[in-house]
Design a protein around this ligand. Structure first.
Ligand SMILES: Cc1cc2nc3c(=O)[nH]c(=O)nc-3n(C[C@H](O)[C@H](O)[C@H](O)COP(=O)(O)OP(=O)(O)OC[C@H]3O[C@@H](n4cnc5c(N)ncnc54)[C@H](O)[C@@H]3O)c2cc1C
Length: 344
């Protein structure tokens, strides 16, 4: 089949690679110029899951790991401090991982695809992997994005663990994610665009050099609020259809899970063509509880979360996260989760 993959981020590179491996005629389109392309992200995710995806794609994930986390320190409002035991949360060279997947693929850089300029008819399917841009699919009225930016910093001393500061009302958080050789990402997502902690971090670490500043909003609206997933011969995969865990703004693993759902449906519908409805149902089912998590975040933002009335939402988040503990890469404890949500 002739398939265009639009966007060469985590979804586009993995999906393009896997489709090419299956013998499809794949062409990738990326809006950034090759020399400017950067994997905008803090590069943190679960080693357990990335090892599996890498393995499927013929890569050895150990070659990409920068830092294996032991604990995550969390500062919450009202001087509450929590520590989470990490169980596989790592930072890795996301830029190289994606670059390696794109080797041997036909790729056009510097082309911003739009619904007007894209030659849809030349392809059997066009996959929208444009992340928060969702460039080839209709907008959703229920979309919700949170502004974010970060610095890649070098020569940081005394910061060798993951650190976050949660903002009051779940309105965002600050992060420091350590990479290799005293490098790290310091940044924040914040609905109020105040980004508390970032400038403070830089003034507390005068030795740190800013090597790069990047940013873009993160989509928090989950798949249930991001329909349609398909329009004409366009199919959305990854963050373009809301595959991001809402309370963390974490989209690497959800996007890759979405790629696998797409591949499973495509593999199973060889004769009849892609089964759009089956894809829709599977995505909605897999990411069903993300909507409960999203509701918790939005209720918190509006100061309307009631721990008694909204207990079913809290329990849904806990039970589902616990089931997928290894996918998150940190301990999931009801006790800590309750304290965390209450403190925010
Ligand atoms: C600052 C920041 C930090 C983050 N940190 C983490 C983290 O540590 N861990 C985690 O799991 N998640 C993190 N996320 C979220 C995560 O990066 C995304 O959810 C994930 O990358 C989504 O993957 P994707 O491939 O769907 O989209 P993207 O990775 O965004 O890729 C989309 C690609 O499409 C290209 N593109 C866009 N529009 C067009 C167009 N019209 N034509 C052609 N190309 C186009 C873009 O240039 C980009 O290369 C972070 C996000 C941000 C913004």
């Amino acid at each position: 089949m002739r398939i265009a993959v639009v966007g060469a981020g985590v979804s586009g590179s993995y999906l393009g690679h896997m489709l090419h491996k299956r013998g499809h005629d794949v062409e990738i389109f990326e809006s950034s110029r090759k020399e400017n392309q950067w994997a905008v992200c803090a590069w943190g995710a679960s080693r357990n899951m990335l090892a599996k995806f890498s393995n499927r794609a013929g890569l050895d994930f150990d070659n990409y790991i920068f830092h294996v986390g032991k604990t995550l320190k969390m500062d919450l409002p009202n001087h509450v401090r929590e520590y989470l035991d990490l169980r596989g949360l790592v930072t890795y060279n996301k830029q190289k991982w994606e670059h390696d997947l794109l080797k041997d693929l036909k790729i056009t850089y510097g082309f911003r695809c739009t619904q007007q300029n894209f030659p849809f008819k030349e392809y059997d399917y066009v996959i929208d992997c444009t992340g928060m841009h969702r460039s080839l699919l209709p907008r959703s009225d229920e979309d919700f994005l949170i502004p974010a930016y970060e610095y890649l910093v070098e020569n940081v001393q005394g910061m060798d663990e993951f650190y976050v500061i949660g903002y009051k009302g779940a309105r965002g958080y600050f992060w420091y994610f350590p990479l290799d050789n005293n490098r790290g990402y310091v940044g924040a997502g914040d609905i109020d665009k105040k980004y508390a902690g970032v400038e403070e971090f830089l003034s507390e670490h005068p030795e740190a050099r800013v090597a790069r500043k990047v940013g873009r909003p993160i989509r928090l609206a989950p798949p249930r609020r991001m329909e349609p997933f398909c329009a004409g011969n366009v199919i959305g995969v990854g963050e373009s259809i809301g595959c991001v865990f809402p309370i963390l703004g974490e989209g690497i693993i959800p996007s890759l899970i979405c790629c696998d759902i797409f591949l499973e449906v495509l593999d199973g519908s060889k004769q009849k063509g892609f089964d759009f409805e089956q894809y829709r149902k599977k995505v909605l089912k897999k990411f069903d509880y993300y909507d409960d998590v999203y509701r918790i975040v939005r209720l918190k933002m509006k100061n309307k979360l009631n721990m008694v009335r909204h207990l079913p939402l809290m329990m849904s988040m806990y039970r589902n996260m616990k089931k997928e503990e290894s996918r998150f890469g940190f301990e999931i404890s009801l006790d800590k989760m309750t304290r965390f949500v209450k403190a925010l």
